[in-house]
Design a protein around this ligand. Structure first.
Ligand code: FAD
Length: 479
């Protein structure tokens, strides 16, 4: 009788404790992916669906190379997993734990359905360095502030060495009594008309091998300047591992060990390792927050923000989504997102702040847009980061700290490399005015072929006035 490995956001074979446990059980493993269309969990956004298709294809190919197979089903896992176990006479079902409310609920229900039938249901931590419930403050509660949280994590023993991938598998014949499988294409995860995924295909290689290559390339190059350069959107200054982490094509433990090994070999790497690993720490912190606040994507962490007078400004929201606000750094970010499914972290902060504070649009609108368009859309990081920018989160940036999109652009993209890449209509704009083209002399604009309000929009709001409006609203909230 086979054991069942139910794969979800852990689409890898190496360092996957559920895969390892299936091997240890001695029974041949059956690898199952279920596209959950029960409506109980938050549906993946468009960019995530694109990634998922390619990641499943890569995993299926990887399994075939070692003699195994990936079987894909569609429906309600609560029906399908017990039905599969029954059809195959499986005695073990293994999976990697999830930490979002719907995922936890589903997994608990499936455990309750399997256990009375004598089927061992085992879940493992394959997604985080530390389980979110292990870190407790002195008073026994969850952390609300990153620095002491991360200090507590670092006081624990280092993460165990990553597990090896299986080398050889025996494929299990499909049982005719089992629920029907579907072909990957039948899941219809890819966009058709219009097919907007060209830029994503150019940028990314989903799958475990793509993740491993991305990590090695990063460690050889950008890692060596990470602490100084990570805020420069115009350069390839960060790892871009986030979508691979979101789909579990690589584990944080693999990244942790690879970074430490690199640091042991080179002084430049050693100089950067703590900063880089602390970013993985922010991911851990987001999961800690999500686990203890299941409605992180829906509800203000600080309830006083429930009364904030958000504007219902459909036109402004659209301008922001389309990268047509007239503020070049904001527009470049939103257009990078649309084209590649990614946005540099510094620009995510500027763009999010602009939506929330300059346009006074509810952070949840931005969270939803990112959920749909990011290839790394993640239930913990996305919600926690939006609340961080809004000032409504735990350990959040104070609301009164309003990012100035002009100064931020000038500081982090001084030559305008990033703007020129994603806002081609400003490509010829001189660097000293590229972050504020409306202040450029008419002659300069003419020479750069820019007609404000025609080839490139005028600012949708005036920075100083918008800042005052947001601060006044916040003051009323406090009063
Ligand atoms: P690197 O700098 O190379 O960092 C390595 C890893 O550390 C990342 O892959 C990521 O897993 C983690 N990390 C880095 N920065 C952060 C951070 N600020 N918070 C939490 N974890 C971090 N990240 C997501 O993975 N998914 C999201 O949906 C998401 N939404 C965001 C929304 C907003 C408004 C903001 C401001 C940030 C968001 N982030 C999100 C966090 C961050 O922007 C990305 O993780 C980062 O840009 C990914 O790029 P990288 O892999 O090159 O990061």
């Amino acid at each position: 009788f086979p054991s069942i490995v139910w794969l979800r956001n852990d689409l890898r074979l190496a360092d996957n404790p559920a895969v390892q446990a299936a091997f240890a059980s001695g029974a041949p493993p059956l690898f199952i992916y279920v596209l959950d269309d029960s409506g109980k969990a938050r549906a993946p956004g468009g960019a995530s669906r694109w990634w998922l298709h390619h990641s499943l294809a890569a995993l299926a190919a990887g399994l075939e190379r070692i003699g195994g197979r990936l079987d894909v089903l569609r429906g309600d896992p609560l029906q399908l997993i017990p039905a599969l176990a029954a059809a195959f006479g499986a005695k073990h079902v293994m999976w990697t734990r999830r930490y979002d409310a719907a995922g936890i609920h589903m997994d608990t229900q499936i455990k309750s359905a399997l256990t009375p039938r004598g089927i061992a249901a085992e879940s493992f931590n394959g997604q985080l360095l530390y389980e979110p419930w292990t870190m407790k403050t002195k008073t026994g509660g969850p952390y609300r502030v990153f620095t002491p949280f991360w200090r507590a994590c670092q006081a624990l023993p280092p993460p165990a060495e990553p597990l090896r991938a299986p080398r050889r598998l025996a494929a299990v014949a499909w049982n005719k009594q089992a629920p029907a499988r579907v072909a990957l294409d039948d899941l219809a995860l890819l966009p058709t008309k219009p097919d907007w995924a060209g830029g994503l295909c150019e940028e990314w290689t989903p799958g475990e091998a793509g993740a491993g290559k991305r990590l090695l390339d990063f460690l050889d190059d950008a890692f060596l300047h990470y602490a100084d350069e990570r805020d420069r959107p115009g350069r390839l200054s960060t790892s871009r591992l986030s979508p691979h982490l979101a789909f579990g094509e690589i584990s944080p433990r693999q990244i942790w060990h690879a970074a430490q090994h690199a640091a042991a070999k080179s002084a430049a790497a050693a100089h950067n390792v703590d900063k880089f690993i602390s970013e993985i720490g922010w991911r851990e912190f987001s999961y800690h927050l999500l686990f203890h606040n299941p409605e992180l994507a829906q509800k203000n962490f600080q309830t006083r923000f429930d009364e904030f007078p958000w504007r219902a400004a459909t036109k402004d929201l659209k301008a922001w989504q389309q990268g047509k606000t007239g503020y070049p750094i904001v527009d470049a970010g939103l257009r990078e997102l649309w084209k590649t499914g990614f946005m540099h972290n510094r620009v995510r902060m500027i763009a999010a702040s602009f939506l929330i504070k300059h346009l006074m649009i509810d952070w949840r609108e931005g969270e939803r847009w990112f959920w749909d368009t990011l290839v790394d859309a993640d239930p913990a990081n996305n919600a926690a980061s939006w609340q961080w920018v809004a000032g409504s989160g735990a350990d959040a940036a104070p609301f009164f700290r309003v990012f100035n999109p002009i100064l931020q652009g000038e500081k982090f993209d001084p030559e305008g490399e990033y703007i020129r890449r994603f806002v081609p209509e400003l490509a010829k704009c001189p660097s000293d005015v590229i972050h504020k083209p409306w202040l450029a002399p008419a002659k300069v604009l003419q020479e750069a072929n820019i007609k404000l309000g025609d080839t490139y929009p005028k600012p949708v709001v005036d920075h100083a006035k918008a800042r005052e409006r947001a601060l006044a609203a916040f003051k009323r909230l406090k009063d």
